[in-house]
Structures are given as structure tokens and as C-alpha cells.
Design a protein around this ligand. Structure first.
Ligand code: GLA
Length: 391
């Protein structure tokens, strides 16, 4: 099994993306930007409950070469999508499919009063789609960062993340939280981002696994997930209803020490399960932060696995393939494992000792083969840089 970190080769790709822009539009771009996908270390389904999350950026990026235009036309082209150039009139019909993500960003910027007059954009992305690794947030953030620069909007990164979330919630219609966009915009290499999603305060926590003889494997189960459909929104509404029933603004306001009392006040078993997950998950984030700050990285493994159990049994957003990754990895000697991202497919993460990485990856691949599942894609996740202008 080849577990070398998948590289986004930004240097190489920058040339390719700008060249492809020239091929598509006949002239050169004004600049080229990159924004990464992410994995979330811990803190799942907490961001729309005003809670804590801890993502880090992947080396996989969406790259955009962009030229400004001021005639109300947005032209979008992607090296990964069929169908040629998509033209969107800014005062016309909304875009559909993949183009809705960047078009939504332009809509959100304009709706917030920023004078964006249009653009020509070519995208190239190495972030796997439908894998729970935030390929759409990468597309949104790279677009927002480019337009922020080209139109001199002066917006800060957290503001770009908010606008991109609004694009996704309102324009695309997916009721997601703020984690993915903030991760793509604000992560830094070698760190995990400890984010309070209520006030968006951020702490960059050093997360250098290689120096500790450890690795974090990502297993893309190749089971596609889709957020805008049903289950994600149901969980979100369930959490909001539970918060209302408990008389708090958000489940973040239920303290861990008050969990039993809160559970006793809820009649609905479904709501009890949602609350138990969110409150214990927020506490797991705090525990992971404390362990990392104490330089006890190995000890976060069991906390990751606890998080998976909670997502599987209480929040019920896992699936057989994700459960198989976690069980197989732990049986084969991993320090811990869990699903990452929204769930219902997508990816899992596994914390391993360097020496056992190959053995554990092979065990997972073999378990998928004997379970009759599609071969998973396994790679090493190295905490990488957030969004950046390349040229
Ligand atoms: C998706 C959403 C995020 C977050 C996660 C679950 O990735 O986009 O906002 O809710 O699911 O933690």
C-alpha cells in the first residue's frame, strides 16, 4: 500500500491552471489562488450547535485562475467537470450543479453589498468530491479569496468563511455549519484549528504527528454522501428543537456536568440521543486540546474512537463502511479511529504508529474486499496550509 502523502503540487498546478485558463478564455488570468480541503480531528456535528471543532487542512486544494470582469457576467470552467464553460448572469437565473457553489459566493458577496461585477474562472481541484473532505468549501473559499483580492473588498478570512457558509445555506440550499469554510480559509501548516463556532475565536494548536512517530490515515470509503438531502438537515433541526425544549440558545449551552439533568428533562428519546452526542462531543474537543497541549498525542486515540461510537449509536450518522474502518483499524492496533465530516459515507481517520501504518491500511483494505465493499482510498493526512494566493 502506497501511503505517501498525496501532494497537491501547487507549483506545478499553478502553471497548469493558469495555462488551462488561457486555453479556455483566450487571455491570461489576473491571478491564481488555492484553498484546501480538510479533515476534522474531533468535534463533529457541533458547529451548528455553537460548539467546538478541530479541523486541519489537507494538502489537497482547489486552485482557481481568475480574471476580473465588470459586465455582470460570471463564467466558470472546471478541469473536473463535464460540460464546458458555465455562464451565469449575476442578475439572472441561479446556477445549478457544481457551479452553484462559486456562483453562490458571488451572490453572497453582492447580497452583503460588495461590488463584484463578474469574473472568468478556471478551477482545478485535487480535493476528492463526495468524500467528506470539503471539496465544496475549498471551491467556495478559493473563489471568495480571489474576488476579495481582485475587487479590493478588504474582508477578513473569517468574514469570507461566513459569506461562503451563507452561499451554501441559502443559494445551494445545504444547511451546513461554519467549520469547513473556516478550516479552508484559516488553517495553518503543522496545526489543527481549535475553533469556537459561536464567536469564531481561533487557536492554532501544534499538531506535528511525524515528530512523535505517528501518522493520521484518511480512509475514503468511496461511499458518496450528500448533505442537502434529508438526514443532515433532520439532525440539525432535531438539535435546535432539543435546545428550545431545554430553554437554551444552542446545545453548546448545556454544560457537560449538567448533561444528566438535561437528559432527564427531555421526554423525546431521539432528542436525548442528539443532546448526549453534542454535549459529550464538545467535551471530547476540550479533552483533545488538553492532551495536545500536554504533548500527550497518543492519548487522543481513545477519545477519537469514543467520538465514533457516539456518532454511530447516538447521532446515527455513520454507515457500515465507516464502522468497518474503525473496528478493523482498532483490532489491527490503531491508537484510535473515527468517521470525519458529516457522515453517511465519506471518510474516516485512523491514528497509528508509523511502524504499523502499512499493516493497518492493508487490514482495512482486506476487510473491505471480504465485506464486498468498493476498494477504499487510503492516504496520510499532513496538516497543511490554508487558502493562499499563488501568483
Ligand atoms: C459537514 C458540514 C459541517 C459540519 C460537519 C459535521 O462537513 O459542512 O458544517 O456540520 O458536516 O461536523
Amino acid at each position: 500500500m502506497d501511503l505517501r502523502p498525496a501532494s497537491a503540487r501547487p507549483g506545478e498546478q499553478q502553471v497548469t491552471t493558469a495555462d488551462a485558463f488561457r486555453d479556455v478564455y483566450g487571455t491570461g488570468p489576473d491571478g491564481t489562488w488555492a484553498a484546501p480541503g480538510r479533515v476534522n480531528l474531533i468535534g463533529e456535528h457541533t458547529d451548528y450547535n455553537d460548539g467546538f471543532v478541530m479541523p486541519f487542512a489537507l494538502p489537497h486544494t482547489a486552485i482557481a485562475s481568475v480574471a476580473r470582469r465588470d459586465d455582470g457576467l460570471l463564467r466558470l470552467h472546471s478541469g473536473q467537470a463535464e460540460g464546458g464553460v458555465v455562464e451565469v448572469r449575476l442578475d439572472g437565473e441561479p446556477a445549478k450543479g457544481w457551479a452553484a457553489y462559486p456562483a453562490g459566493v458571488v451572490w453572497a458577496l453582492r447580497d452583503a453589498g460588495h461590488a463584484v461585477g463578474g469574473a472568468d474562472i478556471h478551477y482545478d481541484s485535487t480535493v476528492p468530491t463526495g468524500a467528506g473532505l470539503s471539496s465544496s468549501a475549498a471551491l467556495e473559499i478559493v473563489t471568495a479569496l480571489a474576488l476579495n483580492d481582485l475587487y479590493d473588498l478588504g474582508l477578513q478570512r473569517w468574514q469570507l468563511a461566513r459569506l461562503c457558509q451563507r452561499a451554501e445555506n441559502v443559494y445551494v440550499g445545504a444547511p451546513t455549519g461554519i467549520m469547513d469554510q473556516t478550516a479552508s480559509a484559516c488553517c495553518t501548516a503543522g496545526h489543527a484549528l481549535y475553533l469556537d463556532t459561536r464567536d469564531l475565536s481561533q487557536h492554532q494548536i501544534p499538531f506535528d504527528l511525524a515528530a512523535r512517530g505517528l501518522r493520521l490515515l484518511v480512509v475514503d470509503t468511496q461511499v458518496k454522501h450528500a448533505h442537502s438531502e434529508g438526514e443532515y438537515g433532520k439532525r440539525r433541526r432535531g438539535c435546535e428543537d432539543a435546545a428550545a425544549a431545554l430553554g437554551v440558545d444552542a446545545l453548546r449551552d448545556v454544560p457537560y456536568e449538567g448533561l444528566d439533568e438535561a437528559l432527564a428533562r427531555l421526554e423525546d428519546e431521539e432528542q436525548r440521543r442528539l443532546v448526549r452526542h453534542v454535549v459529550t462531543e464538545d467535551q471530547r474537543v476540550e479533552r483533545v486540546v488538553a492532551l495536545l497541549e500536554a504533548d500527550d498525542v497518543r492519548a487522543i486515540g481513545p477519545v477519537l474512537t469514543e467520538g465514533h461510537t457516539s456518532l454511530r449509536d447516538d447521532f446515527r450518522v455513520s454507515c457500515p463502511e465507516l464502522d468497518l474502518v474503525v473496528a478493523t483499524a482498532n483490532d489491527a492496533g490503531a491508537l484510535g479511529a473515527r468517521m470525519t465530516g458529516g457522515g453517511f459515507g465519506g471518510s474516516a481517520i485512523i491514528l497509528v504508529d508509523d511502524a504499523s501504518a502499512d499493516k493497518i491500511a492493508d487490514a482495512v483494505t482486506a476487510a473491505f474486499a471480504s465485506g464486498g465493499f468498493r476498494e477504499p482510498r487510503v492516504f496520510v493526512a499532513v496538516p497543511s496550509a490554508g487558502a493562499v494566493r499563488l501568483e
